[in-house]
Ligand binder design. Sequence first.
Ligand SMILES: CC(C)(COP(=O)(O)OP(=O)(O)OC[C@H]1O[C@@H](n2cnc3c(N)ncnc32)[C@H](O)[C@@H]1OP(=O)(O)O)[C@@H](O)C(=O)NCCC(=O)NCCS
Length: 177
Amino acid sequence: MSASKLVRPDIEYKDSFLKALAEYHAEGRQLYNDIHRVANDFPGFINALRAERGYPHQPFQDWVEPVPETILWLVKDDEYIGTADIRHRLNWHLEKWGGNIHFAIRPSMRGKGFGKKILTKAKPFANYLGIERALITVAPDNLPAINIVEFCGATLRDKTPETDQFPSRLRYWLDCT
Ligand SMILES: CC(C)(COP(=O)(O)OP(=O)(O)OC[C@H]1O[C@@H](n2cnc3c(N)ncnc32)[C@H](O)[C@@H]1OP(=O)(O)O)[C@@H](O)C(=O)NCCC(=O)NCCS
């Protein structure tokens, strides 16, 4: 049994990633990644993830300035466990919803401590990318995520109001130095 680690996306995790993608889809996440398209050209999918081309994805990408994004996968025992997206800088969208770091653990691997691990391990990567203080936005009812960001030492900045375009979010600052 090996320790979990954060790595760049790689074709060696194809099988477990595709299973995880189906799990994400079942809860309405990553619907922009069509499973058949991803499965049929996994090397192309990996190359696109590694291109750091930018965030946001659909449906926002047509009307928001994209920012460079580094995507990292938490893996353990050669299996995909979760994703950390590090946005190198903020745009007005990410200021309100998204922040510098987003993280997700595949549904079948939740509740085992990997959420705390992925954010802990993402901090030095963010710092390496030039981020000293990362914004993290969390839904006010997302108790596991609140638990994780506070465990990692983030401090509450404020709570944004709900608007027509954006849901309410707790905004945290996370020291990555
Ligand atoms: C949020 C998320 C990453 C948590 O992943 P996870 O692997 O289950 O997290 P952990 O196992 O490290 O658990 C984190 C903490 O939350 C706690 N927790 C879990 N469910 C909880 C709940 N319903 N209420 C309160 N605390 C809860 C856990 O007990 C744990 O705390 P502990 O170690 O003190 O017991 C996962 O649910 C996820 O991917 N959600 C979808 C994406 C998302 O919301 N990302 C956050 C964006 S900021």
